[in-house]
Design a protein around this ligand. Structure first.
Ligand SMILES: *Cc1c(COP(=O)(O)O)cnc(C)c1O
Length: 563
């Protein structure tokens, strides 16, 4: 019955709803937006991920701005439908049973892409094995390895058990899913009841596999000690293949995917260049990320698009005609989105944010290379800007990985700065960044700030959500912004665009470039030349919203990788 599906999309995290907290950030949001675009465009896809019963985590901040984590509670039965099928995977020599839950993603023409969430919390499993599908990116290396075995092997076996026999392409969204290549290799061997791997088996697997790499940061690529892999995964007939991926006693999931895919890509042009340098032996293409327009456009802006560009939901490229929407109407729609954002923030935090005040938004994972505290490098300079260029307020959100102590310290720096500035500038940190707050903050800010240290941001997608809502970016030139920035037309750039060394001096230069742009260009335009500002807002929609969306993106995957 499920033989109509040609593409299986595997991702350790998928962000579909705030009520299904099985995503941590950009990777999962991209997976969700990819699946939504496939549903809109009737692309015969099926998604596979893990259940993560305890989610990523629920973030709360204590009185000193320190992040505390607790399990993100959600009721699986309320969101997903349990399937009857069971399969098994081998972990440390034990048979571990795997079940699946389904969520249907319905596109604009009612085409459905099912997503299967794998679950080991079954009474047949030992208490310890039942925990394997609890926490996203939790636990130690052994736990992570077990999860990746469940995703890769369990996912392929579950698809077969569910009747998906006609899948021609297996897409690995990052290396966590690489073991699916070995599951497919096993299938090749079983076809001919052979024990040894022949070159033609590797070719057959490559023909089916597509790999997207997502980070130029080396620590972002999963590596496991070989001894651990041998113990947890066991020695297989495919062990020779594993040797292709072993370096200095470590087994590298990225190399497994690179070696067994026929198409490999990075997620922006600059990222693909960096990836080619990291993985020189492989041909690496680029497909720049996008976001799902229908999901991220605010209700007020969506009504405006419905009125002026009625086909925008199914043909995102018609957003290129946004220039024909009267500026005044764009302004009103933006004001509505801004009110929604500020009301939410004020209710939650008692921050007293004002609609008339220029509002800067910043939300992303709190980690060193994204420099979330760059804005607070010089508090006196910020006071000067507030008195010379006009009032401004700034809203932050984002989680630090539970093990990332320096990331938690960055949140605390923001807290300290908030206290130090409280008489002149309103600063707020909104806890527990999720999809719903992501919609509010990207649509309701007046400018979207991003300041990663180049070239470490692979793509970034929140600026694309902002662009769709007519919110220009103010960002260092990295990731997608190298492609999206037309200075003074779609937004603004600042700082060093070439490889930045991460030095204190480089950081100071970037902060000072940010302050200059804000004080002399962006804020004067906002307060004194609103028609020019609105021109930029409409160009953000027309030039960037029309292009940096997952409809365009998935059509590139279809042409370059799937067909
Ligand atoms: C869009 C989004 C992200 C990813 O944003 P980046 O700019 O790519 O870092 C992460 N988390 C949430 C909740 C989002 O909405």
């Amino acid at each position: 019955m499920n033989s109509d599906r040609g593409i299986a999309y595997f991702s350790m995290e998928v962000g579909l709803l705030a009520d299904i907290p099985t995503y941590s950030g950009g990777l999962g949001i991209l997976a969700g937006d990819t699946i939504r675009a496939a549903a809109d465009l009737s692309i015969p896809m099926v998604g596979v991920t893990l259940l993560h019963r305890k989610g990523y985590f629920y973030q709360a901040l204590d009185g000193r701005g320190w992040q505390n984590e607790s399990a993100a509670e959600w009721v699986v039965e309320d969101q997903l439908v349990k399937m009857d099928n069971h399969v098994t995977v081998t972990i440390e020599g034990r048979q571990v049973n795997v079940a699946a839950w389904r969520f249907d993603v319905r596109g604009i023409k009612n085409f459905v892409v099912p997503v299967y969430f794998l679950d080991t919390n079954l009474s047949e499993n030992s208490p310890e094995d039942r925990n394997f599908t609890d926490t996203l990116y939790g636990g130690d290396q052994r736990y992570r390895l077990a999860q990746e075995i469940i995703l890769g092997y369990g996912g392929v076996r579950m698809l077969r058990a569910l009747g998906y026999q006609g899948i021609e392409r297996f897409h690995m969204n990052e290396g966590h899913a690489s073991f699916l290549t070995l599951a497919l290799l096993n299938e090749e061997l079983r076809k001919e009841e052979r024990q040894t791997v022949l070159p033609k088996d590797l070719d057959a697997v490559r023909h089916q596999c597509v790999f997207t790499t997502h980070t130029p940061v080396t620590s972002g690529h999963d590596r496991f000690p070989i001894e651990l892999v041998n113990r947890v995964l066991g020695r297989h007939a495919v062990a020779d293949t594993l040797e292709l991926c072993c370096f200095d006693d470590n087994f590298n999931m990225t190399y497994l995917a690179l070696n067994l895919s026929h198409y490999i890509n990075g997620v922006a042009k600059r990222h693909a260049e960096v990836a080619k340098y990291l993985f020189a032996k492989y041909t690496i293409d680029s497909i720049t990320n996008g976001v799902h327009a229908g999901t991220w456009v605010s209700p007020a802006m969506a009504r405006l698009f419905d009125q002026h560009l009625p086909t925008w939901r199914e043909e995102n490229y018609s957003l290129r005609y946004a220039l024909s929407i009267p500026a005044e109407e764009v302004w009103q729609a933006h004001q509505a989105a801004k009110r929604d954002l500020l009301q939410f923030v004020n209710r939650l935090t008692n921050a007293g944010m004002e609609t008339d005040v220029f509002t800067i938004g910043f939300a992303r994972r709190m980690t060193a290379y994204k420099r979330p505290d760059l804005f607070f490098s010089d508090l006196d300079r910020l006071r000067l800007i507030a008195s010379n260029a006009g009032p401004f307020q700034i809203i932050f959100a984002g989680k630090a990985h539970p093990h990332d102590t320096s990331g938690k310290e960055l949140i605390q720096h923001i807290y300290w700065a908030k206290e130090a500035l409280k008489d002149v500038i309103r600063v707020v940190f909104v806890p527990n960044y999720d999809i719903e707050f992501g919609k509010l903050i990207t649509a309701g800010s007046d400018v979207w700030l991003n300041n990663p240290q180049p070239p470490l941001e692979a793509s970034g997608t929140s600026g694309m959500k902002a662009a769709l809502n007519g919110v220009p970016s103010l960002s260092t030139l990295d990731g997608w912004w190298i492609e999206g920035c037309i200075e003074g037309l779609t937004g603004w750039s600042f700082g060093e665009s070439e490889q930045s060394d991460g030095s204190e001096a480089g950081r100071k230069r970037d902060a000072s470039a940010l302050y200059d742009k804000l004080q002399y260009v962006v804020m004067p335009m906002f307060y004194q030349n609103l028609p020019r500002y609105l021109d930029i807002m409409r160009h953000a929609i027309a030039l960037n919203g029309s292009f940096f969306n997952t409809h365009r993106m998935i059509q590139q995957y279809v042409l370059k990788a799937y067909l």
